[in-house]
Ligand binder design. Structure first.
Ligand code: SAM
Length: 439
């Protein structure tokens, strides 16, 4: 996560982990600002962090107690999620960012942590993001909670959605990037040429191209088997699929991803495997490291191989962290504003009988007000209106326009309150129905 956030433009001033080997890998690759510490030791870490006065606190508390592969009994490690929230509430940085497995959203630890963070005044965006849509060749869905003091919940959702790519990144994309100015595509017809310049269209786009092999083509020897095989095996979760082609992202990396297929799998292959597991390449540790977003040349040499597998599996891929970091920095700089969901327009028409033109005007005034507020939303509408009044740009508007901008913000609030109320009623009805069935 540190690597990705650095790339986005954040300055990392301190980092912590209780695992000595992880600390050493961090020190070698990122910097000496890393400490080995138990983050449950709030009395020691709280004052230390408060003295640093960071703008952002970032954490990936251990997830084994919540993960689908784990036992789902909340134990000692789940306590770190609460410790993270406590540290944030002690230090009160403007922003925080927390990563965990999607199942954490339903845990008691997160319910407790959430309550502390909300009480401390943070507006939350809780989004489950798929890494393959943020420049990582891996389908890895994780929960990211981004908090900012004073915001409305959901304040960053639309910005995170806009940062997504339309197509997932595949393993072939990753290999092409590594090959530099030439890349290899599995020929569709046996005997056809497989090496293509990355400057031009790939064979899937322009199959009739007859360009020669570029003279500066440097094959990546470590990837030769994978490229030539065109398919790879990863140890599946439970009954999942083991074999994928290079034109797909890898599944979420786990500690055992690069294990060879076991006899049980070979005897019971997944019906959707594109080729038999025996014909698929087994990934190397270096490839798994790259699939998880670590750069070529990352120095893992200080840790035993098994620990390296664990550290790779633990990580937040750098490209995903970078994308989130950019979204945070853009909002901090007032360069982005929250999007307006389409349902708002429909509600204006239904509830207030707005014409198409009136809806367009309301939306454009809302956007204008948001730009004056540098993209900020406010938990309290009175504060939002007060903040708007205090901007220099607002003061220059005509009386009529000022009133239109205020009205647009109020209407949006009215819609959001109705939505919240509707959700609350639905929850109550669902709970009552469950109680009635149980009785
Ligand atoms: C999900 S991993 C996150 C790894 C890393 N932050 C990243 O972004 O790639 C959880 C990390 O929490 C560390 N950890 C577990 N218990 C801890 C504790 N009590 N204090 C500090 N770190 C702890 C583990 O060693 C592990 O590296």
């Amino acid at each position: 996560m540190s690597l990705g956030l650095q790339r986005a433009g954040c300055e990392i001033i301190q980092a912590y982990d209780s695992w000595d080997k992880a600390v050493e890998v961090y020190r070698r690759n990122i910097g000496s600002h890393v400490w080995q510490a138990d983050l449950k030791d709030i009395f020691r870490i709280g004052p230390m962090l408060a003295a640093l006065a960071p703008d952002l606190i970032v954490g990936g508390p251990p997830c084994q107690d919540f993960s689908a592969a784990g036992e789902r009994v909340e134990g000692e490690r789940a306590a770190l999620t609460r410790a993270f929230a406590m540290l944030v509430t002690i230090v009160r940085p403007k922003w925080f960012l927390m990563e965990n497995v999607p199942l954490a959203a339903r845990s008691q630890a997160w319910t407790d942590a959430r309550a502390m963070l909300v009480n401390a005044g943070y507006g939350l965006t809780e989004s489950k993001l798929d890494a393959s849509l943020y420049g990582v060749p891996q389908r890895r869905r994780r929960l990211f909670v981004i908090g900012r003091l004073g915001e409305q919940n959901g304040f960053l959702e639309s910005a995170l959605a806009s940062a997504r790519s339309a197509q997932p990144m595949t393993i072939r994309d990753m290999l092409s990037n590594a090959l530099g100015d030439a890349c290899y595509f599995q020929p569709r017809v046996s005997g056809n040429r497989g090496i293509w310049s990355t400057d031009g269209p790939a064979p899937a786009i322009c199959r009739s191209s007859k360009r020669p092999i570029p003279p500066n083509y440097k094959p990546h020897p470590a990837d030769a088997t994978l490229v030539e095989t065109g398919a790879f095996f990863t140890r599946p979760y439970y009954e999942g699929r083991g074999v994928r082609t290079l034109d797909e992202p890898a599944p979420a990396v786990i500690r055992t991803t690069r294990e060879r297929p076991r006899p049980h799998y070979l005897a019971n292959p997944h019906p959707a495997d594109p080729v038999p597991a025996t014909q698929a390449a087994v990934l190397t540790q270096e490839q798994v490291s790259r699939i998880q977003g670590f750069p070529v040349g990352w120095d893992w040499s200080s840790a035993p191989s098994r620990d390296v597998d664990q550290m790779i599996a633990n990580a937040v891929p750098a490209a995903l962290a970078e994308a989130i970091g950019r979204v945070i920095l853009a909002r901090e700089a007032g360069e982005s504003i929250p999007g307006i969901p389409g349902q708002f327009g429909q509600w204006l028409r239904r509830r207030h009988g707005f014409s198409k033109l009136a809806i367009r005007n309301a939306k454009s005034r809302l956007n204008r007000a948001r730009r004056f507020l540098n993209g900020r939303t406010f938990a309290d509408v009175a504060l939002e209106l007060a903040a708007l009044e205090s901007t220099a740009a607002f003061a220059t508007l005509s009386k009529g326009m000022r009133s239109d901008l205020r009205a647009a913000l109020r209407l949006y609030r009215e819609w959001q309150s109705e939505l919240t109320e509707r959700k609350r009623t639905k929850m109550k009805e669902a709970t009552a129905a469950i109680d009635a069935m149980a009785a």
